[in-house]
Write a protein that binds this ligand. Structure first.
Ligand SMILES: [Fe+2]
Length: 85
């Protein structure tokens, strides 16, 4: 999951860079925060800290939904307008 997430974020950021997306820095920060939480989840799961892991999983789920419906959708809207000009 970690490898795929990084791969996906890299591809998305390359697309944003190639299309001069003005919100790219904020988007990269969001991606970076997600990777940090993923790292915590990995660490917690090794410690067998179930409660903390469940909280982290909840965070990851909420982050993913909010990011896709918010920031990623904004980028999609930008691309549609960019390509239409
Ligand atoms: Fe994204």
């Amino acid at each position: 999951m970690e490898d795929y997430t990084k791969y996906h974020f890299d591809m998305e950021e390359e697309m944003q860079d190639a299309n001069k997306y003005p919100e790219i820095m904020q988007h990269k920060i969001e991606h970076h925060e997600f990777i940090d939480k993923l790292t915590l989840l990995k660490r917690d799961s090794k410690k067998d800290n179930l409660l903390l892991s469940l909280k982290t999983i909840d965070y990851l789920k909420d982050w993913t939904i909010n990011h896709i419906l918010g920031s990623d959708k904004d980028f999609g809207d930008y691309l549609r307008n960019f390509e239409g000009t």
